[in-house]
Design a protein around this ligand. Structure first.
Ligand code: NIG
Ligand code: FE
Length: 416
């Protein structure tokens, strides 16, 4: 099947087959009054209609009028906690009245409340939940999303979440990529003593990761390295064990406190170091000198009502590869919207619109190690794109708080 998308006001995309850093993050390719041809699910032409190769032109069987829309690459949301049951709106309301996330967690809420609800849910309920969220994501322009376990915290609980991601992926409009985050927290039954905690780390390394790898349920392995959660040493041990089983490491690092997590992530060759609200100058330098993507999640700072955002400007100026994601989860970031994240990245973290678009597409793909396949509108890549009801890409941030996405295409098929 060959599809011509005509009558676009603009096409705006980063270019490349890998992550881009520093000044290059601003270098979008912008085409005015151009067309896109998608053949057999992949981009076959981008440019002036008059320049389409005659053979390709004669193969066009569908002609689509975009009516002045702007095309950008499908968004890549490279950090989400999608498979969860239950909501935490009551905790959210308590936070609005002055309690902190840490206080709520200490009183039995927080991750533990999602663990209880997710353990109670059937695998089918989790599949249904994931699909509802994936459809919302597609409505907001996401075409690929990473999805983490981490609300099971037992062999069966983690496997159930990861199987739900696998099964949902069969019907999901958004391509899902699974991460095992068994080391998200200590389970309620395994946190009372240092011995119990060590026991859970042994379970993760000795049982959960091998079972996940055996069933090929995840591509990535993640750990929440944080004061009061997993230590750097535990994070190191879990990620090395995962890597030995073929699971690529990524890490929640320096979110609520600086534990030198970013430097650890870089030294382990993690695909990404995520959050980074408290990253130190040494951490910034370590990421800048590595291929570990700095994955920033400003919706989490926003939703936690924190004025502490990750130092996006310093990271970019130092030369790190920076990406943006929603962190979609019921506690700290209840949103599926990548445009919202881009708005926060620009207005709160002072990224440029161009940097934000690169971070929300190509660099997210780089962190998921699929930048050779998607993340930009380029010849040969998968036909993953979004049409915006806007004259140009600046409106994605400028025209905030509304959804400009009118169509989402994945692998050359309209999924919205
Ligand atoms: O990414 N940082 C740890 N985990 C989540 C929060 C999970 C939750 O509160 O349920 C996060 O912010
Ligand atoms: Fe997270």
């Amino acid at each position: 099947m060959t599809l011509l998308i005509r009558n676009l006001s603009q096409i705006a995309t980063p270019l490349g087959r890998g992550g881009v850093r520093g000044r290059a993050m601003r270098a979008l390719a912008v085409y005015d009054n151009a067309v896109i041809v998608v053949r057999d699910g992949r981009f076959a032409f981008v440019g002036r209609e008059s320049e389409i190769d005659p053979d390709l032109r004669s193969s066009i069987d569908v002609d689509f009028d975009a009516r002045g829309a702007t095309a950008v690459p499908g968004f890549i949301d490279s950090h989400t906690h999608l498979p969860f049951a239950g909501y935490r709106e009551t905790e959210f309301n308590r936070r609005l009245q002055g309690e902190t996330y840490e206080q709520i967690a200490a009183s039995g809420g927080g991750i533990a409340s999602s663990v209880h609800a997710t353990r109670r849910a059937s695998e089918q309920e989790l599949v249904d939940n994931i699909l509802v969220r994936a459809r919302t994501m597609a409505r907001y322009g996401t075409t690929t999303a990473e999805a983490k376990s981490g609300y099971g915290l037992s062999v069966e609980g983690e496997m159930k979440q990861l199987r739900a991601i696998r099964d949902a992926n069969e019907q999901s409009p958004v391509r899902l990529i699974a991460t095992c985050l068994a080391a998200h927290d200590f389970p309620p039954e395994g946190r009372s003593s240092a011995t119990a905690r060590r026991g859970y780390v042994s379970t993760v390394i000795g049982e959960i990761l091998p079972a996940v790898a055996e069933e090929k349920l995840a591509i990535f392995c993640d750990v929440f390295v944080e004061r009061g959660v997993f230590t750097n040493e535990e994070g190191d041990a879990v990620l090395r064990a995962g890597a030995a089983l073929g699971l690529i490491p990524r890490m929640h690092a320096d979110e609520l406190s600086d534990t030198a997590g970013a430097a650890l992530a870089a030294s382990l060759g993690c695909a990404s170091a995520d959050h980074l609200m408290q990253i130190s100058d040494a951490g910034i330098a370590a990421l800048a000198a590595s291929n570990t993507v700095a994955n920033l999640l400003p919706a989490t700072s926003f939703f936690l009502m924190s004025d502490r955002y990750a130092p996006a400007r310093q990271l970019i100026d130092a030369g790190a590869i920076v990406s943006l994601s929603t962190d979609c989860n019921p506690g700290t970031s209840m949103t599926e919207s990548m445009p919202m994240v881009m708005q926060l990245a620009t207005l709160q973290m002072k990224m440029t619109v161009e940097e934000s678009l690169t971070a929300a597409t190509l660099n997210g793909a780089a962190s998921l190690q699929i930048a050779h396949e998607t993340g930009s509108i380029e010849l040969g890549k998968r036909g993953d794109l979004v049409l915006l009801d806007a004259p140009n890409y600046l409106h994605l941030v400028y025209h905030f708080g509304v959804n400009l996405v009118t169509r989402t295409m994945r692998d050359g098929q309209w999924v919205l």
